[in-house]
Design a binder for this molecule. Structure first.
Ligand code: AMP
Length: 285
Protein backbone atom coordinates (compact mmCIF):
# COMPACT_ATOMS: atom_id res chain seq x y z
CA UNK A 1 0.00 0.00 0.00
CA UNK A 2 1.25 3.46 -0.89
CA UNK A 3 2.32 5.82 1.91
CA UNK A 4 2.26 9.59 2.00
CA UNK A 5 5.71 11.01 2.76
CA UNK A 6 5.92 14.03 5.05
CA UNK A 7 9.02 16.03 6.03
CA UNK A 8 9.12 17.64 9.43
CA UNK A 9 11.90 19.48 11.21
CA UNK A 10 14.35 17.08 12.88
CA UNK A 11 14.94 19.38 15.81
CA UNK A 12 14.21 23.00 16.53
CA UNK A 13 11.24 25.26 17.02
CA UNK A 14 8.79 23.55 14.69
CA UNK A 15 9.50 19.95 15.72
CA UNK A 16 7.36 19.55 18.85
CA UNK A 17 4.30 21.37 17.49
CA UNK A 18 4.49 19.40 14.23
CA UNK A 19 4.54 16.06 16.07
CA UNK A 20 1.76 17.28 18.42
CA UNK A 21 -0.40 18.25 15.45
CA UNK A 22 -0.04 14.78 13.90
CA UNK A 23 -0.81 13.22 17.29
CA UNK A 24 -3.97 15.32 17.62
CA UNK A 25 -4.91 14.00 14.18
CA UNK A 26 -4.76 10.46 15.62
CA UNK A 27 -1.36 9.75 14.09
CA UNK A 28 1.30 8.53 16.47
CA UNK A 29 4.81 7.89 15.25
CA UNK A 30 6.77 4.68 15.87
CA UNK A 31 10.45 5.60 15.92
CA UNK A 32 12.35 8.26 17.79
CA UNK A 33 13.49 11.42 16.05
CA UNK A 34 17.08 10.14 16.10
CA UNK A 35 16.10 8.14 13.04
CA UNK A 36 15.90 9.81 9.66
CA UNK A 37 12.65 8.03 8.85
CA UNK A 38 9.72 6.83 10.92
CA UNK A 39 6.39 5.18 10.23
CA UNK A 40 3.05 6.25 11.60
CA UNK A 41 0.80 3.79 13.29
CA UNK A 42 -2.83 3.60 12.11
CA UNK A 43 -2.24 5.90 9.10
CA UNK A 44 -0.33 5.42 5.82
CA UNK A 45 2.30 8.06 6.57
CA UNK A 46 6.10 7.95 6.44
CA UNK A 47 7.84 10.73 8.36
CA UNK A 48 11.21 12.14 7.29
CA UNK A 49 13.04 14.13 9.97
CA UNK A 50 15.10 16.71 8.11
CA UNK A 51 17.07 19.88 8.72
CA UNK A 52 14.74 22.84 8.44
CA UNK A 53 16.73 24.52 5.67
CA UNK A 54 16.91 21.30 3.59
CA UNK A 55 13.14 20.71 3.54
CA UNK A 56 12.24 23.01 0.59
CA UNK A 57 14.76 21.18 -1.64
CA UNK A 58 13.45 17.69 -0.74
CA UNK A 59 9.95 18.93 -1.42
CA UNK A 60 10.82 20.49 -4.75
CA UNK A 61 12.50 17.25 -5.88
CA UNK A 62 9.50 15.16 -4.82
CA UNK A 63 11.49 13.11 -2.27
CA UNK A 64 8.60 13.93 0.07
CA UNK A 65 4.98 14.69 -0.86
CA UNK A 66 4.31 17.27 1.84
CA UNK A 67 6.16 19.15 4.56
CA UNK A 68 5.60 21.25 7.63
CA UNK A 69 7.88 24.28 7.57
CA UNK A 70 8.07 27.99 8.31
CA UNK A 71 6.57 30.15 5.58
CA UNK A 72 9.60 32.47 5.78
CA UNK A 73 11.79 29.63 4.53
CA UNK A 74 9.79 29.37 1.31
CA UNK A 75 10.36 33.07 0.68
CA UNK A 76 14.09 32.82 1.45
CA UNK A 77 14.60 29.72 -0.68
CA UNK A 78 12.38 31.24 -3.37
CA UNK A 79 10.34 28.07 -3.74
CA UNK A 80 7.04 28.32 -5.44
CA UNK A 81 5.25 25.39 -3.80
CA UNK A 82 1.61 25.10 -2.89
CA UNK A 83 0.70 26.11 0.69
CA UNK A 84 -2.20 23.87 1.66
CA UNK A 85 -2.85 25.19 5.14
CA UNK A 86 -1.43 27.68 7.61
CA UNK A 87 -1.05 25.81 10.88
CA UNK A 88 -1.23 28.57 13.49
CA UNK A 89 2.05 27.89 15.34
CA UNK A 90 5.66 29.21 15.11
CA UNK A 91 4.30 32.63 14.33
CA UNK A 92 7.02 35.19 13.76
CA UNK A 93 8.01 38.08 11.52
CA UNK A 94 11.16 38.84 9.57
CA UNK A 95 12.23 42.31 10.65
CA UNK A 96 15.03 44.78 10.35
CA UNK A 97 16.20 46.01 13.75
CA UNK A 98 18.55 48.85 14.58
CA UNK A 99 20.30 49.85 17.85
CA UNK A 100 17.97 51.68 20.25
CA UNK A 101 20.06 54.84 20.10
CA UNK A 102 19.89 54.91 16.25
CA UNK A 103 17.65 57.68 14.98
CA UNK A 104 15.37 55.82 12.61
CA UNK A 105 13.31 57.99 10.25
CA UNK A 106 12.00 55.45 7.75
CA UNK A 107 13.51 53.16 5.14
CA UNK A 108 15.91 55.82 3.77
CA UNK A 109 17.73 55.70 7.14
CA UNK A 110 18.96 52.23 6.16
CA UNK A 111 20.82 53.45 3.08
CA UNK A 112 24.47 52.26 2.93
CA UNK A 113 24.25 50.42 6.28
CA UNK A 114 25.83 47.02 6.96
CA UNK A 115 22.99 44.64 7.79
CA UNK A 116 23.70 41.21 9.29
CA UNK A 117 21.24 38.42 8.47
CA UNK A 118 20.71 34.71 7.86
CA UNK A 119 18.02 35.63 5.31
CA UNK A 120 19.94 37.48 2.57
CA UNK A 121 17.49 36.83 -0.29
CA UNK A 122 14.43 38.03 1.62
CA UNK A 123 16.35 41.11 2.73
CA UNK A 124 17.69 41.87 -0.75
CA UNK A 125 14.18 41.55 -2.20
CA UNK A 126 12.85 44.02 0.36
CA UNK A 127 15.69 46.51 -0.17
CA UNK A 128 15.33 46.33 -3.98
CA UNK A 129 11.58 46.87 -3.75
CA UNK A 130 12.23 50.01 -1.70
CA UNK A 131 15.17 51.31 -3.73
CA UNK A 132 17.58 51.15 -0.80
CA UNK A 133 21.11 49.84 -1.10
CA UNK A 134 22.90 48.19 1.84
CA UNK A 135 25.79 45.81 2.47
CA UNK A 136 24.39 42.44 3.42
CA UNK A 137 26.56 40.52 5.86
CA UNK A 138 25.55 36.85 6.00
CA UNK A 139 25.69 35.29 9.48
CA UNK A 140 24.22 31.89 10.33
CA UNK A 141 23.59 32.21 14.06
CA UNK A 142 23.25 34.77 16.90
CA UNK A 143 22.63 37.58 14.42
CA UNK A 144 21.32 39.78 17.23
CA UNK A 145 24.79 40.35 18.71
CA UNK A 146 26.27 41.69 15.43
CA UNK A 147 25.68 45.42 16.14
CA UNK A 148 27.02 45.13 19.69
CA UNK A 149 30.32 43.61 18.55
CA UNK A 150 30.69 46.06 15.69
CA UNK A 151 30.12 43.55 12.88
CA UNK A 152 27.06 45.36 11.50
CA UNK A 153 24.97 48.52 11.92
CA UNK A 154 21.64 46.70 11.90
CA UNK A 155 20.20 43.18 11.64
CA UNK A 156 17.46 41.44 9.72
CA UNK A 157 16.14 38.47 11.69
CA UNK A 158 13.09 36.55 12.83
CA UNK A 159 11.26 38.07 15.76
CA UNK A 160 8.43 36.58 17.79
CA UNK A 161 8.08 38.15 21.25
CA UNK A 162 10.74 40.81 20.66
CA UNK A 163 12.59 39.90 23.89
CA UNK A 164 15.83 38.98 22.07
CA UNK A 165 15.87 42.41 20.42
CA UNK A 166 15.14 44.07 23.75
CA UNK A 167 17.94 42.19 25.55
CA UNK A 168 20.40 43.24 22.85
CA UNK A 169 19.43 46.91 22.90
CA UNK A 170 17.80 46.77 19.48
CA UNK A 171 14.48 48.13 18.23
CA UNK A 172 12.35 46.89 15.36
CA UNK A 173 12.48 49.28 12.40
CA UNK A 174 10.75 47.44 9.52
CA UNK A 175 8.66 44.27 9.21
CA UNK A 176 9.54 42.50 5.93
CA UNK A 177 7.12 39.60 6.19
CA UNK A 178 4.96 37.63 8.60
CA UNK A 179 5.35 33.89 8.90
CA UNK A 180 3.89 30.82 10.57
CA UNK A 181 4.24 27.08 10.20
CA UNK A 182 2.42 25.79 7.16
CA UNK A 183 1.66 22.55 5.37
CA UNK A 184 3.08 22.57 1.84
CA UNK A 185 2.72 20.15 -1.03
CA UNK A 186 4.90 18.81 -3.84
CA UNK A 187 2.99 19.61 -7.06
CA UNK A 188 3.61 16.20 -8.69
CA UNK A 189 2.00 14.07 -5.97
CA UNK A 190 0.53 10.71 -7.16
CA UNK A 191 -3.25 10.23 -7.30
CA UNK A 192 -3.02 7.53 -4.63
CA UNK A 193 -1.09 9.77 -2.25
CA UNK A 194 -3.35 12.73 -3.02
CA UNK A 195 -6.23 10.70 -1.54
CA UNK A 196 -4.25 10.05 1.63
CA UNK A 197 -3.36 13.75 1.73
CA UNK A 198 -7.03 14.75 1.41
CA UNK A 199 -7.79 12.59 4.45
CA UNK A 200 -4.89 14.10 6.41
CA UNK A 201 -5.87 17.67 5.48
CA UNK A 202 -9.45 16.97 6.61
CA UNK A 203 -8.10 15.87 10.01
CA UNK A 204 -5.67 18.80 10.28
CA UNK A 205 -8.38 21.36 9.47
CA UNK A 206 -10.74 19.90 12.05
CA UNK A 207 -8.00 19.90 14.72
CA UNK A 208 -6.91 23.49 13.94
CA UNK A 209 -10.49 24.69 13.95
CA UNK A 210 -11.19 22.95 17.27
CA UNK A 211 -8.18 24.68 18.85
CA UNK A 212 -9.98 28.01 18.41
CA UNK A 213 -13.21 26.93 20.11
CA UNK A 214 -14.43 25.60 23.43
CA UNK A 215 -17.52 23.72 24.50
CA UNK A 216 -19.47 25.42 27.25
CA UNK A 217 -22.16 23.97 29.55
CA UNK A 218 -24.12 26.10 32.00
CA UNK A 219 -27.14 25.86 34.25
CA UNK A 220 -29.74 28.59 33.95
CA UNK A 221 -33.09 29.28 35.68
CA UNK A 222 -35.75 29.04 32.98
CA UNK A 223 -36.83 32.67 33.43
CA UNK A 224 -33.27 33.84 32.61
CA UNK A 225 -32.66 31.72 29.49
CA UNK A 226 -33.35 34.59 27.08
CA UNK A 227 -30.99 37.03 28.80
CA UNK A 228 -28.23 34.38 29.10
CA UNK A 229 -28.53 33.44 25.41
CA UNK A 230 -28.03 37.12 24.49
CA UNK A 231 -24.57 36.90 26.13
CA UNK A 232 -23.64 33.65 24.35
CA UNK A 233 -21.90 34.26 20.98
CA UNK A 234 -22.55 30.70 19.80
CA UNK A 235 -21.43 29.00 16.62
CA UNK A 236 -25.03 27.88 16.06
CA UNK A 237 -28.09 27.94 18.26
CA UNK A 238 -27.42 26.59 21.82
CA UNK A 239 -28.87 23.25 22.96
CA UNK A 240 -31.33 23.60 25.85
CA UNK A 241 -31.99 20.55 28.05
CA UNK A 242 -34.26 20.46 31.11
CA UNK A 243 -32.56 19.69 34.44
CA UNK A 244 -34.08 17.19 36.89
CA UNK A 245 -34.58 20.16 39.21
CA UNK A 246 -37.84 21.94 38.33
CA UNK A 247 -37.47 25.39 36.69
CA UNK A 248 -33.84 24.95 35.57
CA UNK A 249 -32.20 24.12 32.23
CA UNK A 250 -28.75 23.24 30.97
CA UNK A 251 -27.43 25.20 28.00
CA UNK A 252 -24.70 23.71 25.78
CA UNK A 253 -22.88 25.63 23.06
CA UNK A 254 -19.64 25.99 21.12
CA UNK A 255 -17.96 29.35 21.63
CA UNK A 256 -14.80 30.99 20.28
CA UNK A 257 -11.82 30.64 22.59
CA UNK A 258 -10.74 34.27 22.32
CA UNK A 259 -12.33 36.50 24.97
CA UNK A 260 -14.06 33.55 26.62
CA UNK A 261 -13.25 34.80 30.13
CA UNK A 262 -15.17 38.01 29.34
CA UNK A 263 -18.05 35.96 27.97
CA UNK A 264 -18.15 33.90 31.19
CA UNK A 265 -18.34 37.07 33.34
CA UNK A 266 -21.27 38.29 31.25
CA UNK A 267 -23.01 34.89 31.48
CA UNK A 268 -22.67 34.87 35.28
CA UNK A 269 -24.03 38.40 35.48
CA UNK A 270 -27.00 37.31 33.34
CA UNK A 271 -27.85 34.46 35.78
CA UNK A 272 -25.84 31.40 34.63
CA UNK A 273 -24.44 29.00 37.25
CA UNK A 274 -22.33 25.83 37.30
CA UNK A 275 -20.41 26.86 34.18
CA UNK A 276 -18.14 24.21 32.64
CA UNK A 277 -15.76 24.96 29.77
CA UNK A 278 -14.15 21.99 28.00
CA UNK A 279 -11.69 21.67 25.10
CA UNK A 280 -12.79 20.22 21.77
CA UNK A 281 -10.58 17.60 20.06
CA UNK A 282 -11.92 18.04 16.56
CA UNK A 283 -14.56 20.01 14.66
CA UNK A 284 -15.87 18.41 11.47
CA UNK A 285 -18.07 21.32 10.44
P1 AMP B 1 14.96 26.66 14.04
O1 AMP B 1 15.60 25.81 12.97
O2 AMP B 1 14.65 25.91 15.27
O3 AMP B 1 15.70 27.94 14.30
O4 AMP B 1 13.52 27.09 13.47
C1 AMP B 1 13.46 28.06 12.52
C2 AMP B 1 12.04 28.30 12.12
O5 AMP B 1 11.22 28.56 13.25
C3 AMP B 1 12.00 29.53 11.26
O6 AMP B 1 12.14 29.20 9.89
C4 AMP B 1 10.67 30.15 11.60
O7 AMP B 1 9.69 29.72 10.68
C5 AMP B 1 10.31 29.62 12.97
N1 AMP B 1 10.42 30.65 14.03
C6 AMP B 1 9.37 31.10 14.75
N2 AMP B 1 9.74 32.04 15.59
C7 AMP B 1 11.05 32.23 15.45
C8 AMP B 1 12.02 33.09 16.08
N3 AMP B 1 11.69 33.97 17.01
N4 AMP B 1 13.31 32.97 15.70
C9 AMP B 1 13.65 32.06 14.76
N5 AMP B 1 12.79 31.24 14.14
C10 AMP B 1 11.49 31.31 14.46
Amino acid sequence: MSKLKIAIQKSGRLHDDSVALLKDCGISIDNSKDQLKAHAREFPLEIFYLRNSDIPQYLEEGVVDIAILGENLLVEKQKNVNIIEKLGFSKCRLSIAVPKRFEYNGIRSLDKLNIATSYPKSLQQFLDANGVSCNIHIITGSVEIAPNIGVADAICDLVSSGSTLFKNNLKEAEILLKSEACLVQYPGISTENQQILDDLVFRIRSVIKARNYKYILLNVPNNKIDSVIKELPVLRSPTILPLAEEGWSSLHAVIEKKNYWDIISNLKAAGAEGILVVPIDGMMV
